[in-house]
Design a protein around this ligand. Structure first.
Ligand SMILES: NC(=O)c1ccc[n+]([C@@H]2O[C@H](COP(=O)([O-])OP(=O)(O)OC[C@H]3O[C@@H](n4cnc5c(N)ncnc54)[C@H](OP(=O)(O)O)[C@@H]3O)[C@@H](O)[C@H]2O)c1
Length: 300
């Protein structure tokens, strides 16, 4: 086993889908601490933290863990819930980031490297011209409260006077810590239980596994790269193809119908360009190969 780097990493939202993958990945090489909110399992180095119940404990957590790196993976992710509970969305996705930044600055911890997880959803809908993969420099045209609150979170992270990295991504995975459904666990559950599913043929995206994303975040940190980065697969698919390949990998024939979805709050085309990350580090991610290998590793 390689020696641990003598660095502390604090993963805010370590019980979530991405956070739990980051905890697993970063624990190989760093001293990892992480927070949870509603998680019931007791797991080493987990710290209870709730924005609505003990926000004031954030300074104590920072003082106790002395993080060289913070990864903020706390968020309200459901696009529909964000529309219904706007305050909750802005509190978690936007205002909390301002509080992280002001707490770090107040504690004079501005050498801490802050990684903030944003979303590929911030790009929204192209106003002019045809669809091409979104670049970090493109204008944002958010369609939902979720996307607007994530843009607010990015702006707050960019105001941090220390080193900061903002990740725009669209990831999948299975959270082994808790039973909350993710896109992938929902697909596999439906396929196994013969529950009919619709595969949206008109929604295009560039999904990456939470595992590969965690690894890529580490590489960016190790290379001291800061600013905004898209991290996604380097090719793309529609949601129907994604469901089809996932089910094919577990060798279950799903009850799958093609369909087209019309939604005012979900972008139809959220394919991200990885040109920037590819120009800085060695990075390649074929969505189909990555999805198959993630599922095989998970179920082996
Ligand atoms: N999922 C995606 O496809 C996707 C795509 C692009 C970007 N993102 C962004 O990536 C980040 C992580 O997403 P995810 O899918 O991993 O989310 P997730 O599985 O829902 O995890 C959210 C995390 O936030 C914690 N949390 C929720 N409410 C909290 C509160 N009031 N106080 C403190 N902690 C709270 C949760 O703790 P408990 O679970 O213990 O309650 C959990 O650790 C989010 O910022 C999201 O916007 C997600």
């Amino acid at each position: 086993m390689p020696p641990k780097l003598n660095k502390n990493v604090l993963i805010l939202g370590g019980s979530g889908l991405l956070g739990s993958h980051c905890v697993q990945y970063f624990s190989k090489n760093y001293n990892v601490y992480w927070t949870y909110n509603t998680l019931k399992n007791i797991v080493p180095n987990g710290i209870k933290f709730s924005f609505f119940e003990n926000l004031e404990s954030l300074s104590e957590i920072f003082n106790f863990t002395k993080p060289d790196i913070i990864i903020n993976a706390i968020g309200l992710v459901s696009v529909d819930t964000c529309e219904i509970n706007k305050k909750h969305a802005y509190d978690l996705n936007q205002n909390f980031v301002e509080i992280i930044v002001s707490t770090l600055e107040k504690l004079k911890m501005t050498r801490t490297f802050l990684v903030h997880i944003s979303s590929g959803g911030v790009y929204g809908k192209r106003i002019q011209g045809k669809d091409t993969p979104w670049k970090e420099t493109d204008n944002l045209n958010p369609l939902s409260v979720y996307a607007k609150s994530k843009i607010g979170g990015e702006k707050n992270a960019l105001n941090y006077m220390g080193p900061k990295l903002i990740i725009r991504s669209d990831f999948y995975g299975i959270n082994d810590l808790q039973r909350k459904h993710s896109l992938l666990s929902w697909i596999i559950h439906n396929a196994k239980n013969k529950i009919p599913m619709e595969g949206w043929e008109n929604i295009f995206f560039s999904p990456i596994s939470a595992k590969k994303l965690s690894k890529t975040i580490d590489t960016l940190i190790q290379n001291n790269l800061t600013g905004i980065f898209n991290i996604s697969s380097t090719n793309y698919c529609n949601k129907f193809e994604f469901v089809d390949v996932a089910c094919d990998t577990i060798k279950i024939k799903p009850i799958l119908k093609t369909n087209e979805v019309v939604s005012k709050i979900r972008p139809r085309y959220s394919v991200l360009s990885c040109q920037k990350v590819k120009s800085k580090i060695s990075f390649e991610c074929d969505w189909k190969e990555e999805l198959k290998s993630y599922i095989r590793r998970h179920y082996s």
